[in-house]
Design a protein around this ligand. Structure first.
Ligand SMILES: NC(=O)c1ccc[n+]([C@@H]2O[C@H](COP(=O)([O-])OP(=O)(O)OC[C@H]3O[C@@H](n4cnc5c(N)ncnc54)[C@H](O)[C@@H]3O)[C@@H](O)[C@H]2O)c1
Length: 351
């Protein structure tokens, strides 16, 4: 039995980078950052779900490179023996994604049964932003199969009173919502604002506008899905500086350009006052790659959730959520979030 057997729903770019990270650490067995006694190579994927013809029925090592995925290839991933199964489609594929993928005509499996049969302990939800019904079906399947749940997309699960209670009642941990890239636009934006605030500047207005070329960029052009992502990204920035109002902040995925591949360009603007009405303006651009930025966070989050499971913690894992997600059940500064996560890993914090 692997030490950390996990299942993944949504074999897109983030899953591709994550599986490549696992293969890299499995092969190298070096440079591993051990966390709470768990190595990255202790994590093993035992089940995988998607809904598109290009991915369902394929070995995971092949499905992670199937179109429209465009996460760069970092390592050779040997055959895993894990065949991607067709999950419940529900609202998973929006109108825009439906133009570039074909939904598999295979029947959907019983997700809870697969999780039980494969002895999965954690289900990671990597569905596109704005997917509500399918996310809830996977969350319920995790509960039915006695698995912990990691909510990487935007629908509120860990931060929802209803779902947090369901996981608590089932005696299972849940972490979320909406994964935060390890060193992506949101964390860098928050970090800059916190820095200015710490040293006495008053933020007047700020935005972060993104252009990207992954399937998620296309998905978030869909008005409903765009709204969900923009709401969470804006809210997590706004709450960094409590006096900012909705009129002072915007953060959201703005456009999709296929030729950018899995890359993202984030344009930041910050207008702040300091001294006696002096003005400080920051106008910068950051370029990053989405998949590996997600995988970096996920390898920590999964091990944090496994520690929560082993410690018998039920309901939302606050420390893991504030560290790894944009919309956790509570909002704290980035520095506090990192400290809380370390304390939790070391066993000095309950949840
Ligand atoms: N840096 C990052 O990549 C990053 C950062 C923060 C949050 N996230 C979030 O992680 C999630 C995944 O991102 P991504 O870039 O991998 O997206 P993606 O679009 O590349 O992958 C999503 C996958 O889900 C599959 N899918 C759709 N409906 C499904 C269903 N009902 N059942 C199973 N699979 C289904 C799609 O076919 C696709 O393979 C998104 O919600 C995104 O917002 C990613």
């Amino acid at each position: 039995m692997p030490k950390v057997p996990i299942a993944i729903a949504g074999i897109g770019n983030a899953a591709s980078a994550f599986v490549q990270f696992l293969a890299y650490y499995q092969a190298e067995k070096r440079n591993e950052k051990v966390l709470g006694g768990l190595s990255v190579s202790d994590i093993e994927v035992v089940a995988a779900f998607d809904v598109t013809e290009a991915k369902v029925g394929k070995d995971l090592s092949e499905a992670i490179f199937a179109e429209p995925n465009n996460c760069p290839v970092f390592v050779d991933v040997p055959e895993t023996g894990v065949i991607v199964q067709k999950g419940p489609v529900e609202d998973g594929v929006g109108d825009l994604l439906a133009k570039v993928v074909k939904i598999s005509d295979k029947p959907s499996v019983d997700v809870a049964q697969v999780l039980k049969d494969t002895n999965a302990e954690i289900l990671i939800n990597l569905l596109p932003s704005g997917v509500k019904k399918a996310t809830e079906v996977y969350a319920q399947a995790a509960i039915d199969a006695e698995c912990a749940f990691v909510q990487c997309s935007t629908h509120r699960i860990a931060s929802s009173y209803k779902w947090a209670r369901k996981f608590k009642k089932a005696g299972l941990p849940v972490a979320g919502d909406d994964l935060q890239s390890k060193l992506g636009g949101t964390r860098i934006h928050k970090g800059l604002l916190e820095l200015l605030d710490t040293f006495g500047a008053r933020i007047v207005s700020t935005y972060q506008l993104d252009v990207s070329g992954g399937a998620e960029g296309l998905n978030t052009l869909d008005p409903d899905r765009r709204y969900d992502k923009r709401f969470i990204k804006t809210e997590t920035i706004r709450r960094t500086i409590p006096y900012l109002t909705e009129n002072d902040v915007v953060s959201g995925t703005t456009d999709f350009l296929e030729f950018m591949g899995n890359n993202r360009t984030s344009y930041f603007w910050i207008d702040a006052k300091y001294g006696i009405n002096s003005r400080l303006k920051i106008d910068i651009t950051i370029k990053s790659t989405d998949g590996p930025n997600a995988a970096e966070t996920l390898i920590d989050v999964v091990r944090g959730v496994k520690l929560g499971l082993d410690r018998g913690i039920d309901g939302p894992l606050i420390s893991v959520s504030v560290y790894g997600f944009k919309y956790a059940p509570v909002f704290v500064s980035e520095a506090t979030a990192s400290k809380m996560f370390s304390e939790f890993v070391e066993g000095h914090r309950l949840r």
